[in-house]
Design a protein around this ligand. Structure first.
Ligand code: SF4
Length: 274
């Protein structure tokens, strides 16, 4: 493993994971359970099961992406059924996987929830973009942290207004986010800040989460993340430590009801001997 430390970080990343970059979701996977990270990114084990929360979140993302792509091309707001179609198509991408549904939840109940969410979105101010859409699911990467591979970001929505670049990340959640939840999640957008900065050309960069709740009456709320240089540098130092641990082969399970419920690696985890 010593040799790995002498190589370029991107080369080390390729050797370990087959990718020459580190994404924020890989970092948070490591933080929640290093063994899960190992199974997914280092061993590349097949994931035969997938949680309904992940499929549902991706399908809602796909529907919103469809909406904003139409707007980006200069078209008027697409009809609701186009978003519903995009949502359904996204589910089909998981046809070869066993979907683990939560308690009191099935395909029909999630479809109904999606219809309520998309209807609410379609009639909300989020459907009126106040500026020019520059990118949807746009990838940015850069050498942000010395000693780490490039950081890769996939920005859900990037809009320019006369005075700012607006970076939006959509989240689906069981309940509304409170300020503490926004604060705990801010690291992702703060890193994105530095990745999109070259595009800003002196304008300010506004960072926001749009949290979509999976509740009976859906709620779609914007949560601003304030720029904070100290927090950005702190986030970078945390990512650096995670990368150092990954390079060192520090992998161990962190079992908990929240972590393991939707984990696709429960069997390899049980079989893992340490
Ligand atoms: S089952 Fe739990 S402890 Fe094991 S890898 Fe998955 S999340 Fe980690």
């Amino acid at each position: 493993m010593d040799l790995l430390f002498e190589s370029l970080p991107g080369d080390v990343a390729v050797e370990l994971t087959g990718r020459d970059y580190l994404s924020y979701s890989a970092v948070t996977t490591y933080q929640s359970c290093p063994l899960r990270y190992y199974f997914r990114y280092v061993l590349g084990l097949p994931e035969e099961t997938v949680s309904s929360a992940l499929v549902f979140g991706s399908a809602i993302h796909a529907a919103l992406e469809r909406f904003y792509r139409e707007r980006m091309q200069g078209n008027s707001n697409p009809p609701l059924d186009l978003l519903q179609e995009a949502y359904q198509m996204a589910w089909r991408r998981f046809d070869d996987r066993e979907i683990r549904f939560g308690k009191e939840e099935d395909q029909a109940s999630l479809d109904n929830m999606a219809n309520r969410i998309l209807t609410t979105f379609h009639g909300s101010e989020l459907a009126c973009t106040p500026g020019r859409i520059l990118g949807i699911e746009e990838e940015f990467r850069g050498e942000l942290i010395p000693g780490c591979p490039d950081i890769l970001a996939r920005v859900d929505l990037l809009i320019e207004t006369p005075d700012a670049l607006v970076v939006t990340d959509f989240k689906t959640s069981r309940s509304r986010w409170n300020p503490e939840h926004v604060d705990e999640s801010a690291g992702q957008l703060l890193l994105y800040h530095d990745l999109v900065r070259p595009l800003a050309e002196g304008r300010s960069i506004r960072l926001e989460f749009v949290v979509v709740t999976k509740t009976k009456i859906p709620d779609l709320t914007r949560h601003a993340v304030n720029f904070d240089r100290q927090r950005i540098e702190r986030t970078k130092r945390i990512v650096k430590r995670v990368w150092t641990a990954i390079q060192s082969g520090l992998f161990y399970p962190v079992p908990s009801a929240m972590n393991c419920g939707g984990c696709p690696f429960r069997k390899p985890c049980r079989d893992w001997t340490g």
